[in-house]
Design a binder for this molecule. Structure first.
Ligand code: NAD
Ligand code: DAU
Length: 346
């Protein structure tokens, strides 16, 4: 099979490219714009693989997409490319609309034109909004996105739905909870906290740290997406989750303890506006219909992740001293929206 991966130089996309090349006989074409989040170092060692081709480009570049689909005789698309960080979407939503909505729409149009057999839209549980203390998101939960990021993903999902309903184009949507693991960009909670702790910097917990996320090891997510691509039902939505809820503060404390650092590094900062309280995924459908289950428990997943960041210090140090540094200073520095509100409980 010839598979087009979009966003394959990012966190989940690069893990997915590696999975496909190591465990399937498929050919993989990776279309990625290499934004701040895209990093070819995530794919180091694959350059000479004859089953792999990298194309630097925008999913919104219609001519380029058309050319790739034709030249490579693409059978399936797995669409990861996106602006993915909620906090950035609060600072500048426009690029989220351009990439996540318009980019997806162009990809859909071209894929339909080229009669691609499968289109997997990698979406997120954030499209469902926020949960209170009880309940879980199912595939039937109404969409209620709260951040510009979530709204852009929900819009893309609806566009996908319309292509299935109107044109019978075989789109499948996956909605996943928070991923963690190797190659995650250090703006996201877990790698940010590991890197800061290793550098003895403050650990900025938003609000009171009581928000809950449902953590899933990236490799398990990739296996689920691959299964959906091969066996999922066109037009359907599949939730993917780790069955692993944790409060942010508890998670940060766990990381600090694993790293042997002091909990005094934890610093409560101004909360994220519109901060969703809790996510929890009901993944019953993919488990019973497709036979998927997470294989990595949180404790060993977190150990693997911590080890990876310890062993790959250069990878994240390079990012943190480069272009990303100005974002960090702007957001978390003195006068920034997330500037420290002081140590200890707020
Ligand atoms: P990421 O930010 O690490 O990577 C995104 C990749 O997309 C980067 O390589 C970037 O260069 C590329 N990209 C951005 N704009 C592009 C464009 N216009 N054209 C081509 N490439 C472009 O993101 P991630 O965390 O790996 O997330 C991947 C996908 O999974 C996203 O669609 C995200 O919404 C979804 N998702 C992520 C999580 C999570 O916890 N990280 C959970 C659920 C769903
Ligand atoms: O749920 C799936 C989503 O998970 C994906 O769709 C997104 O692409 C991905 O970025 C992630 O979104 P979150 O906003 O949940 O992830 P983030 O790592 O930014 O934050 C996780 C939690 O930690 C959230 O409650 C905010 C909090 N947080 C985050 C950062 C960066 C902090 O307390 N401090 C921080 O510095």
């Amino acid at each position: 099979m010839n598979i087009l991966i979009t966003g394959g130089a990012g966190f989940i996309g690069s893990n997915h490219v590696r999975l496909l090349l190591s465990e399937s006989g498929d050919r993989v074409v990776n279309l990625d714009l290499l934004t701040y989040a895209g990093n070819l170092e995530n794919l180091a060692g694959l350059e000479d693989d004859p089953r792999y081709r990298f194309v630097r480009g925008d999913i919104g570049d219609r001519d380029l997409v058309r050319q790739i689909l034709k030249d490579e005789n693409i059978d399936a698309i797995v669409h990861f490319a996106a602006e993915s960080h909620v906090d950035r979407s609060l600072e500048g939503p426009e690029v989220f609309v351009r990439t996540n909505i318009l980019g997806t729409e162009i990809l859909l149009e071209e894929a339909r034109r080229a009669e691609v057999d499968r289109f997997v839209m990698v979406s997120t549980d954030e499209v469902y909004g926020s949960l209170g203390d009880h309940g879980m998101f199912t595939e039937k939960t109404p969409l209620a996105p709260n951040s510009p990021y979530a709204a852009s993903k929900a819009s893309a999902d609806l566009m996908c739905r319309s292509f299935y309903k109107t044109f019978g184009f075989p789109v499948i949507i996956t909605r996943c909870s928070n991923n963690y693991g190797p190659f995650q960009f250090p703006e996201k909670l877990i790698p940010l906290m590991i890197a800061n702790a290793l550098e003895e910097k403050q650990l900025p917990v938003y609000g009171d740290g009581m928000n809950v996320r449902d953590w899933l090891f990236v490799g398990d997510h990739c296996r689920a997406v691959d299964l959906v691509m091969r066996k999922g039902r066109p037009g359907d939505v599949y939730n993917i989750g780790g069955c692993n809820e944790m409060k942010n503060l508890e998670l940060v404390q766990l990381l600090v303890d694993k790293l042997g650092k002091s909990r005094d590094l934890i610093s409560f900062v101004t909360d994220r506006p519109g901060h969703d309280l809790r996510y929890a995924i009901d993944a019953e459908k993919i488990m019973t219909e497709l036979g998927w289950a997470p294989t990595v428990d949180f404790s060993s997943g977190l150990d693997q992740t911590v080890s990876w960041y310890l062993e790959n210090r250069q990878w994240w140090e390079k990012i943190r001293t480069g272009e990303y540094k100005s974002y960090y200073d702007k957001m978390y520095g003195r006068g920034g929206r997330l500037g420290s509100s002081g140590k200890g409980k707020p």
